[in-house]
Design a protein around this ligand. Structure first.
Ligand SMILES: Cc1cc2nc3c(=O)[nH]c(=O)nc-3n(C[C@H](O)[C@H](O)[C@H](O)COP(=O)(O)OP(=O)(O)OC[C@H]3O[C@@H](n4cnc5c(N)ncnc54)[C@H](O)[C@@H]3O)c2cc1C
Ligand code: HEM
Length: 401
């Protein structure tokens, strides 16, 4: 809880900090990386830095947390904190690094706001920072200890045992452990961070959702090649497609992620494009567990040929006694696979009966998830029953809508 001394100061300075938070985040990262260039090797994602999305995510999270402290002091933004803690844990972030981030963030605040940062203002924002940092540190400590690891050992080397082409743009990798350590179980829907050395020697981390249930030996994930168009091509996805092959070793973190299946209620998975991956992982877990729940997969893609993991998810839906699969193809309502229904165009939930009391899981491009979430809300589904996974820093924060 924010102290009574800081509360009015935060309330009074929120507008000016809010207005300048984007600039502060930008200066913060410039300063952080000039003081600590080692953070660019294997920890921060330089694609997100180049696009400015991580700067926006950090700025948005601090502004959201501070407003929540002022307007709902008894209710911290749980979804935001969970997402960040899981992402941090998948990168092995350590408590001591919070002091480094603090010092550079406050350097940036003073750099941008100048004399407006009186000692009282600095002290009040310091309190906000440490409230947020402590909440994250505690949660991350819980995540590490639940898996019996320290931050330094979330990483492990694996051997690639299969590289399977799924579509023109997607390959699926299976990797196998190469040491005797136990393979920790994942929760359905979680991702790993894959960390690979780039041609310039710098290691780059990227998250990939697990697409199959645990067997104690292997992990599998599928990667879509990111084509840049007028921007640079995605560096890690292209490297994985072009240069990582069976027999190679790759480094991956333990699985983390806060969007996980509630296996006590019917579930509806709504995915588009490569957003099929966490759904494939959840379906695979449900099949392994012999689930009798009502499970509906709704998937949108360009056409059948561009639908990654289609055979795997079809087999899994068929293996579930109460599974259904409906697809939407922009290229037209044609599908050779035995699904429940095929539609042309973009996903339209009014065309489908959905189970009562379901939990909804969304994954795909942001406009797709926003449209599906809105139509669910229009049908009377509660926000509490809609979860979504963003394949990048979460700039949406739907709970704050
Ligand atoms: C929780 C989570 C789960 C995910 N699961 C999956 C999954 O299952 N499968 C999957 O394929 N992906 C998944 N992703 C996305 C994945 O982590 C990567 O973001 C994706 O593979 C792209 O990485 P990249 O290195 O190829 O692209 P990057 O190099 O990071 O590029 C990303 C974008 O930034 C642009 N960019 C890069 N450099 C610049 C520059 N200098 N100037 C301007 N623009 C630039 C690129 O053009 C591109 O559009 C997931 C992400 C998250 C967060
Ligand atoms: C109170 C302090 C902090 C806040 C508010 C914060 C906030 C965030 C947010 C909002 C994200 C994006 C999450 C997402 O949607 O994917 C994130 C990711 C990340 N954070 Fe933090 N963070 C803090 C501390 C730290 C520390 C101490 C480190 C260690 C150096 C760190 C390293 C990272 C990294 C490497 C990522 C992933 C970046 C990317 O993928 O582009 N953070 N953090």
């Amino acid at each position: 809880m924010l102290s009574e001394t800081s509360r009015p100061i935060i309330e009074a300075t929120l507008p000016v900090v809010g207005e300048n938070i984007g600039k502060i985040a930008e200066r913060f990262y410039q300063h952080l990386f000039s003081e600590h260039p080692e953070l660019l090797d294997g920890i921060f994602n330089r694609g997100n830095q180049a696009e400015g999305t991580q700067q926006q995510a950090l700025a948005g999270s601090v502004a959201m947390f501070a407003s929540a402290l002022v307007s709902h002091p008894d209710q911290l933004p749980e979804h935001l904190l969970n997402r960040v803690a899981h992402k941090h844990a998948s990168l092995g972030i350590e408590p001591a690094q919070y002091q480094v981030v603090h010092d550079n963030l406050f350097w940036a605040i003073v750099d941008v706001l100048g004399d407006a940062v009186t000692p009282e203002v600095a002290a009040a924002w310091d309190e906000v920072y440490w409230l947020m940092a402590r909440a994250l540190i505690n949660q991350e400590r819980g995540l590490y200890s639940a898996r019996g690891v320290r931050p330094q050992i979330v990483w492990r080397d694996w051997e690639v045992t299969e590289k399977r082409r799924e579509t023109d743009d997607v390959v699926a990798f299976t990797v196998k452990r190469i040491d005797d350590r136990l393979v920790k179980t994942s929760l359905p829907g979680q991702y790993v961070t894959v960390r690979v050395p780039m041609p310039d020697g710098v290691r780059q981390p990227r998250q990939y959702s697990l697409i199959s249930a645990d067997d104690g030996e292997h992990r599998s994930f599928a990667v879509k090649r990111v084509r840049g168009g007028d921007k640079p091509d995605g560096e890690v996805s292209n490297l994985l497609h072009d240069s990582v092959d069976v027999g190679d070793t790759i480094t991956m973190s333990l699985p983390f992620g806060d969007v996980v299946l509630d296996d006590s209620r019917p579930a509806v998975f709504a995915s588009a494009g490569i957003g099929i991956t966490p759904m494939a992982g959840m379906l695979s877990h449900l099949v392994a567990a012999g689930s009798h729940l009502e499970i509906t997969l709704l998937h949108a893609d360009v056409d059948e040929a561009s639908w990654a993991l289609r055979q795997q998810v079809l087999d899994d839906v068929r293996a579930l006694p109460n599974g259904e699969l409906h697809v939407w193809f922009e290229g037209g309502a044609e599908c050779s696979l035995p699904v429940e229904s095929v539609h042309g165009g973009v996903m339209d939930l009014s065309e489908i009966d959905l189970p009562d009391d379901a939990v909804y899981y969304l994954c795909g491009p942001l406009p797709f998830m926003k449209a599906v979430r809105q139509s669910l809300l229009d049908r009377g589904v509660s926000t509490r029953d809609i979860q979504y996974e963003v394949f990048g820093p979460d700039l949406w924060q739907a709970d704050a809508d």
